[in-house]
Write a protein that binds this ligand. Sequence first.
Ligand code: HEM
Length: 420
Amino acid sequence: MSTAPFHAAPFDADRADLLSPEAVADPYPLLAALREHDPVHWSPRYRSWFLTRYDDVDAALRDVRFSSDRIAPYRRAKLDRPGADAGLRYAFGVLEEWMVFKDPPDHTRLRKLLSRGFTPRAVAGIRPRVEQLADELLDAATSSGAGTLDVVRDVAYPLTASVIAEMLGVPRRDQDDFKVWSDRITGLVFGGLADDGRHADGASGMAELTGYLADLVAAHEREPADDLLSALISARDEHDSLSHDEVVATGVLLLFAGHETTTNLIGSAVLALLRHPGQRALLDADPQRWSAAVEEVLRYDGPAKTVARVMAADVELRGRTLRRGDRVFLSPSAANRDPAVFEDPDTFDIGRRAGRQLGFGVGLHYCLGAPLARMEAAVAVPRVLARVPAQTVDEDRLRWAPVLLSRGMERLPVRLHPDP
Ligand code: HEM
């Protein structure tokens, strides 16, 4: 990955664009320039602030003045008026129920209840099933004789979707529909609040998915099973429990949160290890180092490029004023390469001391699915690499998704045999 300065000429922050083709392919030079020259950056293009220094991102993620409640104000301003699209209003209403978009005390209540159903023990119990699913997908993808494997489309994407669908209790026969709906609502969540084209498709996907889940939740209410939906239905805290609609919205959140990001982590991990054969050799020699390797991928090229917040109060930072109502993007990808915290930050080194990367966020909203994501990556990535020889990335056909919030590939084609 390039470590060259972003511009030979003086850095022009006003022209910085994380969605330019160069920054989509490799955002790190631009993030480094922002971190160095304009750490509290106002983007006229996105009408938002961008924070890139580790200390600022870490502090803002823990600061409730940087509010997570960014859906409800948008819905009230744009959709609660005559003539507004009813499908969009409904879809944003579901998003509004997600705890990731709430502040305390609503967030505290939902997180407490969800944590009771979504435990590390539940994750540990499904590891053998994840191993089996990964082997099945790899067998199917490599037995076609095609000579190439798309790590994202053939393995990471179907694996992570099947895992969360099975955990929730979605019957196998419905899982293909489930994956398609998840894909469609991605446009709604990651497309940005102004992207109306993708919003329309996302909104109808949301209506179909919640309709399906509402029936499934009702069936689980009548007849509980040993799965996550039943655990959510029965999760109780003294006098409180999740309502039917909250269980449905949480099901959508888990499907969504558990799928896209983990796909991206698996893709980035395979890519980093194929591009760094020396690090791969360390893992071949000592498989105990796999969890350190996954942690280093989260730091070096993790899926959380930015995390969005809305200012709930005016805040002064490094001589600039972030005003109440302003939108802010906090960048874990930039923070995780801050030389003030990580020595030689642009080097991929599975031997570095772990523990401080911000790839799962930090504070109140720290990723609830981190144990699941780490386990899925630690299962899938070595299995993929066991089938792929060194230096076989098809760099010309690799495609990064042009998305502000997340870092991930749409395709990662690798050849199954080295060049003759
Ligand atoms: C929250 C990243 C996988 C469920 C978050 C946040 C980040 C994140 C950065 C904090 C968002 C914020 O502060 O606004 C990731 C990454 C993943 C991953 C990089 C994969 C590599 C998962 C999985 C699940 C999950 C597998 C569950 C199935 C959640 C939930 C929250 C969350 C429920 C909201 C927590 C809260 O608001 O209290 N994730 N995540 N994530 N994640 Fe993940």
